[in-house]
Design a protein around this ligand. Structure first.
Ligand code: HPA
Ligand code: ZN
Length: 322
C-alpha cells in the first residue's frame, strides 16, 4: 500500500535539510570544498545523534554560497517533493545561511528562491512558502537580525517566523525579543519545542513566545494538562514521525505519540523535517502511518485539512490549494 499520489500539505521542512546529498556533493565539487566526511559510503548524510546532525547540516550549508545556489536548491527540492504528491509546502529559511543576516543580501537570496518557486509552481503545481528562522544555538542576539529580515520581507513568499536549531540551548524566554519583533510586524509564529525538551519546553514556548504552531511538540504528550491546553487553544503540532524515529527522539514508530495526541483533540499535522537526512519522504511518512496505526485516506484527508487551515499563507493561496 502506498500513498504516493495522495495530495499532501507539509508545514515543517528545513530548506537546506531537503537538499539531496548528490546536490550538495555537486556544489562541493564545483567549489572545491572537502566535506567528504559528512557522507556515508552509500552516499547518505552521516551523523551520530542530533547535535552531530546539526554539525553535519551546517557543513553541508557551507556549499551554499550564493543566491544562485539557493535558486538551484529550491528547484531540486521542489522536483523531489512534488513527486510525492505534496501540493503545498512550507520551509524554514535562515538569513544566517543567506548573507549572514544582512538585509540587502537577504533580499537577493529571497528573490532567487522565489524565482525557482514560481517556476516550480507553474511546472509542477506545487506551492512553496518560506518561514524565516532564527537558529537557537547561535544565541538570542543572532536571532534578532533574522527576525528583522522576516519583518522586512514578509509578503507573498515569506509568511512566518520561527526558530530551529539546538532546542536545549537557553530557555524560550531568552528569545522573546525576536518573536515579539516578528509578531509586531504581523507574522504568524512557530517554534521547535518538545522534540527534546519535554512538556516544560512546550509550555514555556507557548507562554513566552506566543506561537500558534509548535515544531514537533511530542514531549507534550507526557503532560495531560498541557495536552488539554493544546487541544483547547488549537495549537497545531508539526509532527515529524520519521525524523523522531531516525534521531531516536522516540524508540520506534509504534511508540510514537501522534495517535495519543490526535485522539486527545490536539490538531496534528505530518511533515518530513529534513527528508534525505532522515531517509524519509512524505510518501514514506504516510505509508508508515498506515502500516503502524492503520491510518487511511480519511485520516490523511483530516490531517491535510488541519495543515491547510494552519498554513501561514494568505487565504487566496489557501483557497487555491483546497
Ligand atoms: N531540527 C532542529 N533544527 C534544525 C533541524 C531540525 O530537524 N534541521 C535544521 N535545523
Ligand atoms: Zn525541524
Amino acid at each position: 500500500m502506498t500513498f504516493k499520489s495522495t495530495p499532501k500539505v507539509e508545514l515543517h521542512t528545513h530548506l537546506e535539510g531537503c537538499a539531496p546529498p548528490a546536490f550538495i556533493k555537486g556544489l562541493a565539487a564545483e567549489k572545491k570544498i572537502d566535506i567528504s566526511k559528512i557522507f556515508t559510503a552509500d552516499g547518505g548524510y552521516a551523523f551520530r545523534n542530533f547535535d552531530h546532525f546539526l554539525q553535519v547540516y551546517e557543513a553541508a550549508c557551507t556549499t551554499l554560497q550564493s543566491p544562485d545556489d539557493f535558486r538551484r536548491l529550491v528547484s531540486a527540492v521542489l522536483d523531489e517533493t512534488a513527486a510525492h504528491g505534496v501540493v503545498y509546502m512550507e520551509t524554514f529559511v535562515s538569513p544566517d545561511f543567506c548573507g549572514g543576516g544582512d538585509l540587502d543580501a537577504w533580499h537577493e537570496y529571497l528573490a532567487a528562491m522565489k524565482e525557482a518557486a514560481d517556476e516550480a509552481e507553474a511546472k509542477l503545481g506545487i506551492t512553496l512558502r518560506g518561514i524565516v528562522t532564527g537558529i537557537r544555538h547561535f544565541g538570542p542576539d543572532a536571532c534578532k537580525p533574522a527576525a528583522r529580515c522576516a519583518a522586512e520581507t514578509m509578503g507573498e513568499f515569506i509568511v512566518g517566523y520561527g526558530m530551529a536549531g539546538g532546542e536545549m540551548v537557553g530557555r524560550p524566554a531568552d528569545y522573546a525579543y525576536s518573536f515579539d519583533m516578528a509578531r509586531e510586524a504581523g507574522l504568524p509564529l512557530t517554534c521547535h519545542a518538545g522534540e527534546w525538551g519535554g512538556a516544560s519546553m512546550v509550555a514555556e514556548t507557548l507562554t513566552h513566545l506566543k506561537v500558534s504552531r509548535i515544531g514537533h511538540g511530542i514531549g507534550a504528550a507526557s503532560d495531560p494538562a498541557l495536552v488539554e491546553k493544546l487541544a483547547e487553544e488549537e495549537i497545531v503540532l508539526e509532527v515529524c514521525p520519521g525524523s523522531n524515529v531516525n534521531l531516536e527522539a522516540v524508540s520506534g514508530w509504534a511508540a510514537h505519540p501522534i495517535v495519543k495526541l490526535r485522539d486527545a483533540g490536539v490538531p496534528v499535522t505530518v511533515s518530513t523535517d529534513d527528508p534525505p537526512f532522515f531517509h524519509t519522504t512524505m510518501t514514506e511518512e504516510y505509508d508508515m502511518l498506515h502500516k503502524t496505526f492503520g491510518w487511511a485516506e480519511d485520516d490523511f484527508a483530516a490531517i491535510n485539512a488541519t495543515a491547510l487551515k494552519a498554513a501561514f499563507c494568505d487565504d487566496t493561496t489557501r483557497e487555491k490549494i483546497a
